[in-house]
Write a protein that binds this ligand. Structure first.
Ligand code: TXA
Ligand code: MG
Length: 555
């Protein structure tokens, strides 16, 4: 059979391609179409023979029922009965959208669609092409995801082509799916309602409306031998690329270190984007940043599929945080892994301390942002110093004792006065630094203690004079951030609205790059203004250093 690709130009008008695709469906043919979640493999939902062909084309087990797709929420009553108020409320909130409701079915629905159950899964998709196609066909469309059974769901037209070319009459191309994971399936025939599949509508959003929602065990772990699943689809291995998958759960920084120690050229790594630079020997696919579950959802199936074009023999996947859309992403990954899950606990019982230093405008802040994203608390020594100036009576007294009257009328330190005293007196400057370093160090020590007590895994001390103040001794690793002078000058001018000459002057007053190269464990070179590239390089370095530290600690 030849599979045609239909390009829809305008789904709201009388589109020729849409008409042709709809005509095929009307005649009992199979046409795949885009929805906001994944591509569906559509057939006339009121025609048992047409629907039966879906099972053949997908090689889908007969006992796994299909979702009926309607073009308008109001069509719900045509196909379901005994509809509870909760269904009306949910439809009002989430339709058209990625929520499938399981309700009592009416008799006109063929048995093949519900696999003989007396319930029907139904949803109104939020995609103009899908809805226009259903309208044109004049019948509801039964549609599972348009992948071959067991394969990752298709989120692009090319995915459907890979799996279905030659097996179906047509594919309507609607570009990439914007949600990327399938709809949430909620059974409303039980009390409380039961989540059968996490998906595009987060569990939390359902709970906000319904109160209690039961979460099926089978979503979180593998069914035990002989156990009967609530949704037939739960019992099948799903979404799997050819190579076996292991899902690695834990804080991203910890899972990255864990995976880092286990990769070679034949290993696939499915990781958060910021960790993409951490596994130079492996075959890496990124799925969005660790704090961006929407992007992870859009990418996860594409990434899983893409490993099949490589020669990897195993795949490790970082497991997303399970709140919001993250629950659906982690569920798909765990199913792809056949629930082969590694739990990585933080390998150090105590705080890992990084020191971050470097001159103004070099990009310390970007490096600190990377550490913060890895779960670090950041201690900004400059801020500590300024707080102490205004809040520490002890430090003020020590300053007065050494430098005389440097207080303003309200008893605070007059920083201009102090500045004038040390400006051209190197000895005074040295004394000032020594004095403030003592107080700052004490305060940093206190904050580190606090972080350790709170169970924070990583702390980052941010200080220009990290090494001179001796604080570097407190760090497991010291990283210097350097950048070409030209770039630093530009950043400084932009950031502080100062002239070029003054910017250059300020940079020359600071330590040269060679100082950081000699005195730090590692330097990060911020060679251009590409923040993403720098973040990836920085993440890779920190993962490598964390790994070193952990190895040393184990010895
Ligand atoms: O986002 C989606 O839902 C996509 C797009 C195409 O709409 N469709 C989709 O269909 O994911 P499918 O067939 O791949 O998954 C349907 C799931 C299966 O897990 C199936 O077991 C469950 O819904 N299901 C269908 N009818 C059911 C019923 N009456 N009771 C319980 N579960 C049902
Ligand atoms: Mg499916």
């Amino acid at each position: 059979m030849e599979t045609r690709i239909f390009q829809v130009k305008d789904p709201f008008e009388e589109d020729q391609a849409l008409k042709e695709a709809a005509a095929i469906l009307k005649k009992g043919g199979l046409v795949a179409f885009p929805t906001e979640t994944v591509y569906g493999l559509g057939a006339n939902g009121l025609d048992a023979t047409a629907a039966a062909r879906i099972f053949e084309a997908k090689e889908r087990p007969q006992d796994n029922p299909l979702i009926l797709h309607i073009s308008m929420p109001s069509e719900l009553d045509l196909y379901c009965k005994d509809i509870p108020v909760s269904a009306r409320v949910l439809a009002e909130y989430f339709w058209p959208g990625p929520l499938t409701l399981v309700l009592r079915r009416r008799d006109l629905i063929p048995d093949v669609i519900t696999a003989g159950l007396d319930t029907l899964a139904i949803r109104c998709p939020d995609h103009p092409v899908a809805r226009a196609l259903i309208r044109q066909a004049g019948v509801p469309l039964a549609a599972p995801s348009a992948n071959r059974s067991g394969r990752p769901s298709p989120t692009r037209c090319s995915h459907v082509w890979e799996d279905m070319n030659g097996r179906i009459e047509g594919i309507v191309d609607g570009g990439d799916c914007k949600v990327g994971v399938e709809s949430t399936v909620l059974d409303l025939t039980t009390s409380p309602p039961r989540l059968l599949r996490p998906g595009g509508v987060p569990l939390e959003a359902l709970e906000d409306i319904l109160g209690e929602v039961a979460v099926d065990e089978a979503l979180l772990q593998q069914l035990k031998e002989g156990e009967r699943p609530k949704a037939p689809g739960m019992k099948y291995r799903h979404y799997a690329p050819k190579a076996p998958v292991t899902v690695v759960c834990g804080a991203p920084a910890d899972t990255a270190v864990w995976i880092f120690n286990r990769v070679d050229q034949k290993t696939g790594v499915l990781c958060f984007s910021e960790y993409a630079g951490c596994f130079p020997n492996a075959v890496v696919r990124a799925m969005g940043k660790s704090d961006d579950p929407a992007e992870q959802a859009r990418m996860v199936f594409h990434a899983l599929r893409s490993f099949d074009e490589t020669n990897v023999t195993k795949i490790y996947a970082q497991c997303p945080d399970e709140s919001g859309l993250g629950l659906a992403v982690s569920n798909r990954l765990k199913k792809a892994a056949g629930f082969h899950v590694e739990m990585v606990s933080p390998s150090l019982p105590h705080l890992t301390v990084f020191g971050i230093t470097g001159g103004t405008g070099a990009g310390k802040t970007s490096a600190l942002m990377v550490l913060a994203q890895m779960g670090a608390c950041v201690i900004d020594c400059d801020a500590v110093y300024h707080t102490l100036l205004s809040e520490s009576l002890e430090m003020r007294q020590a300053l007065v004792k050494r430098f005389g009257d440097i207080l303003d009328s309200s008893g605070g330190v007059d920083r201009k006065k102090l500045g004038r005293i040390v400006f051209d007196d190197p000895e005074a400057l040295l004394a000032l630094n020594e004095l403030t370093h003592t107080f700052v160090t004490q305060e940093v020590e206190r904050e580190l203690e606090q972080a350790a007590q709170a169970g924070v895994p990583i702390a980052a001390i941010d200080a220009i004079a990290l090494i001179e103040s001796g604080l570097s001794k407190r760090c497991h690793r010291v990283v210097g951030v350097i950048a070409p002078e030209q770039l630093r000058v530009q950043r400084l001018m932009r950031r502080e609205g100062i002239g070029e000459e003054y910017a250059i002057l300020r940079i020359h007053a600071q330590k040269p790059d060679s100082f950081f190269r000699e005195n730090c464990h590692a330097v990060l070179e911020n060679t251009n203004d590409d923040l993403n590239a720098f973040s990836q390089t920085a993440t890779a370095l920190f993962v490598q250093l964390l790994n070193e530290i952990r190895k040393e600690e184990r010895r």
